[in-house]
Write a protein of this length. Sequence first.
Lengths: 463, 78
Amino acid sequence: MGKRIRNGLVSGSFRDPSGFLFYRDGRLYRQVNNIYRDNYDLLMNSGLYRKLVGERLLISHVEIDDWDSLAVDAYKIIAPESISFISYPYEWCFGQLKEAALTTLRIQKYALDFGMSLKDSSAYNIQFVNCRPIFIDTLSFEKYREGSPWVAYGQFCRHFLAPLTLMCRKDIRLNQMLRIYIDGLPLDLAGKLLPRRTWLKFSLLTHIHLHSESRKRFADRPAKNKKRQISRRALFAIIDSLEQAITGLRWKPANTEWADYYSETNYAPESLTRKKEIVAEYIEAINPPMVWDMGANTGFFSRIASAKGIETISFDFDPACVEVNYRECVKNGEANILPLLLDLSNPSPNIGWANRERMSLGERGPADLIMALALVHHLAISNNLPLFRIAEFFKENCRALIIEFIPKNDSQVRRLLATRDDIFPRYTKEDFEAEFEKKFTIVRSDKIPDSERTLYLMTANDE
Amino acid sequence: MRILSSKIGIVVFLALSVIVIFPGRALAYLDPGTGSFIFQTILAVVLGSLFALKVFWKRIRLFFKNILTKNNVGGKAD
């Protein structure tokens, strides 16, 4: 994407004294500070870097040798492999968070094999590239000191084990708590929310419940107990135990309103085929590097874009749809498509320190093309959003738009209006076109045969 | 073996639970990582012991298996 040229420090990169990320002329770089010199050299020379990059567990980077103005505290400037879209744990489905957790543990095991250890295990250190989790923080590795415990153990439990357990043992929607607790779920809170039967499960009893009690009990007794030693074998036993705990958590999407959407809509097979053809023609006309498919369901139309080699983000607000979509990607080894969880009526905001640590959806845009198929009626009627506000939102977030208008006489809209008063006199095709034409130029429009629906291809007007 | 180790696990953990759960004061303004550190050291002992027991049990089984196999082989030879 990257048409917005970025410069300066990355606002979320400030906690670790080992270095920081910054942009120069739109390219992302990482400064490695002198303080991290020994660890960086160990990572690069021990064989760990080659092993992790070879297995696609860590992003690769190149060292920039001829950097013009190296700061006094800088050891090196490196240019990491670029990632087209940054996503966050509260936007991942169960399967994605689980894979991210297992990847973190796999990396920690390799690190120990090479005499290093992860100094943090934040879920934000993982990103998805070609639907596979990859570790992005090159400076998270430190020399392993014989006898020392895993410093990131508590963080791992908060960022991965607690939310995954809550999602699978209580309610799948509880991953949204990660949006509130930026450094992972407090274990005591997770413990209170979890069903009592989780006390009977050895791995959950230890890593969540007793761990949480221990944190409370020993909070006021620091230094002397830290001298205790843990053998390397015991450390591997703890990591194995965490791995078993995560592997044992399973969730199956079933009985959701949306996962069966296509079999329940009022499309005749020919109409669906025609709709697919029109969407494909529109995408080809724009030929964008990146598409955001909003309200993508299980990614049926997203795949038209991704199959053309276009980076496609497939957003939906139903955890089951995102899970089905993600599993499909994994099963078929699909590249270019990233299913993510997003409630468009309340998209991811800027969060964290000074509200700048994690980017809002808008900050990660604008997308070259947004697809909003069978979506506007949900925003306008279920969420009472006036058409001009919907047009405004899309204008802020994309350069081109494929949008479908579904009028009131369509059975899906009639269903939405069945249980409420029709307070939407301005929800008509004419009003829709008039409001959108204030922000966009309608390039093409096509009626979908045997339906009341119309597809539009629009490009954003210059301000 | 699985039954034995899970029984041992339960006993050890009941004991551990008494030590850990017995109400301690929570002072959240102090280093919140300390509890995780100390808990790991306890967990290391427990998981380490379970691992050692597992190895030990395997050896005992192997020992008796060998004796039985030898006897059987001997029986056949007779």
